[in-house]
Design a protein around this ligand. Structure first.
Ligand code: SF4
Ligand code: SF4
Length: 140
């Protein structure tokens, strides 16, 4: 099983169509919407994580592109510089996924990459800019 993140740009005419659900029913892909901005009669943007067999991912992307949807595979990472963190806790309050937690023994903030949904709320919340989001397009 492979897991990738993709940025989708939807043309206006696709906004009201039930397209994403077919990734699951027709291509057996598990999809997780990480972020979406879709307004009626406007171009829509979505960051989607999809998981499944490599061949199904390729076919699913072709299916999306058949609607004129631009698909850009990306690698995006949250970088947490633990050494510079002063454990003020400002980021903990905004991390809904539980990726950032306070170690009860050391009182150090810990970051669990597997739980992170890349929302970037912590990046904006950290007064010391200890947390960064990096964003790279992947060659296809
Ligand atoms: S990007 Fe979002 S989910 Fe990830 S650690 Fe920051 S607040 Fe938590
Ligand atoms: S907001 Fe920044 S300095 Fe404060 S605990 Fe979070 S990462 Fe550390």
């Amino acid at each position: 099983m492979n897991k990738i993140k993709i940025i989708l740009t939807f043309p206006k005419e696709t906004i009201n169509k039930p397209i994403i659900c077919h990734l699951n029913t027709d291509y057996k892909l598990i999809s997780n919407i990480l972020r979406a901005k879709v307004m009626p009669r406007e171009v829509g943007k979505m960051v989607l994580e999809i998981e499944g067999e490599e061949k199904n991912i390729e076919e699913g992307i072709k299916y999306l592109e058949s609607f004129g949807i631009e698909v850009i595979p990306v690698s995006k990472e949250i970088k947490f510089n633990e050494e510079e963190c002063v454990s003020c806790g400002a980021c903990l309050a905004v991390c809904a996924s539980g990726a950032l937690t306070l170690d009860q023994e050391s009182y150090q903030v810990r970051f669990d990459r597997d739980l992170c949904i890349l929302c970037e709320h912590c990046v904006r919340a950290c007064p010391l800019r200890v947390i960064e989001a990096t964003f790279d397009e992947i060659e296809r």
